[in-house]
Design a protein around this ligand. Sequence first.
Ligand code: NAD
Length: 350
Amino acid sequence: MNFTYVALPTRVVFGAGSIRSLAPEVERLGARRVLVISTAGRAQMVESLTAALSGRVAGHFDRAVMHTPLELVEAAREQARAVSADCCVAVGGGSTIGFGKAIALSSALPVVAVPTTYSGSEMTTIWGVSDGGTKKTGRDPKVLPRAVIYDPELTLGLPPAVSAASGMNAIAHCAEALYAHDGNPIVSLMAEEGIRALASALPKVVAQPGDLEGRTAALYGSWLAGTTIATTSVALHHKLCHVLGGFGLPHAETHSIVLPHAMRYNREAAPQAMARIGNALGGAEAATGLYDLEAKLGIPMRLADIGMKPADLERAARMAVEAPYPNPRKVEYEPVLGLLRDAYEGRRPS
Ligand code: NAD
């Protein structure tokens, strides 16, 4: 029972209708010139949500895209400077929040995050910026949002397939937190509860995307999931997903496909974590339980279906082995290649 526990100082406002707290949260920070951040597709909706900030909106950067490419990050930073922003309000998924973090990284501007997917990025100090096909990531306390508003009503329109994959991305955070080399009992409690909440909510969310109860439970699980990776290290599963993300594969779907196979890889090396994952899934074995949950959600189950080229499997395995993250089971080329082949074919873990 020797461990180190770190608590990060984010203020969280949770619940249906909590977007009404946006103006008071911005006021608490003393901000007067807010740069709003969104994707282009969600710009109009975000403008209506941030109308409550009235005179405090100094600008709107509405060009957020996945993987925070450097040239767009520079454009967002320039806009923040040009309008003399003293705060960023990022409304959207992990991609949008990533832009708020990238601005904070170079300016230390406070960020208020309003997440509308289950990525969990809003709870972490992890930033990422991509340039020329490679993504640089790091941890910096400056990028941690000062306040996070979780309003499940904003997630009612998230398409079922995006919701399911994003939710599995959140479960992946919890699963790896349970065997992190720097884990601790508090984070494990949150991780197990996060898997429980998400695993029971996601089938409801897919069947009835407009059901507020299911959406609330899924968002609660994603908050816990973000909290778990905020202070513990990720392992082989996240390493593989980072490598595959560099090949252009979609973030959340890659996580959901690889997860059961990564759990199979680590099964014998992390029995306690596997037992807790299985328990949170309602009494299943971890790897097969996650695979069966995904099958129920109707999302892609094969890397072959989301753009993976068979010729890249060996390269991906080499990259994962060359610079491995700490992992319960030794990260070795042949077994990792086997894992990737199983994920490529979408085989049920044995
Ligand atoms: P995303 O932000 O790209 O969103 C996916 C799609 O859903 C987008 O088209 C978006 O416009 C749309 N969308 C978002 N919310 C919606 C809503 N409520 N209704 C309808 N449509 C909506 O995807 P994501 O999976 O949330 O984030 C992925 C990115 O986040 C990746 O770049 C990943 O690296 C990063 N990430 C970072 C961390 C971290 O700690 N730094 C953690 C997880 C993910």
